[in-house]
Write a new protein. Structure first.
Length: 98
């Protein structure tokens, strides 16, 4: 892992990178992405730790993005994106490495 802890190891193939990104944002380790984890993923720019994420995207926009992801990708309607649902989403959105 890189120095800042958020950069993927350089030797990951595309499938491993997809898994890495899921696990990176599954901060409570329950195997799902919830609304809070999705919000954090959408605002984790990490270029400069002092940056305010709202300078890039408003809180309303983040809320809309989280709602959109849950509406589109939460296939069983439990309010969470499971690993399986995440994979389905990656395939649907054209991530050919999955």
């Amino acid at each position: 892992m890189a120095k800042d802890g958020n950069e993927p190891p350089v030797n990951l193939n595309e499938k491993e990178l997809v898994y890495y990104l899921f696990v990176l944002h599954d901060t409570n380790g329950d195997g799902n992405l919830d609304g809070h984890e999705l919000r954090a993923a959408f605002t984790d720019f990490d270029e400069d730790e002092e940056d305010d994420p709202t300078q890039y995207v408003s809180l309303d926009e983040v809320t809309d993005m989280v709602d959109h992801v849950l509406e589109e990708d939460d296939l069983n309607g439990d309010g969470l994106i499971s690993w399986e649902e995440y994979l389905q989403s990656q395939l649907y959105h054209g991530n050919g490495g999955v």
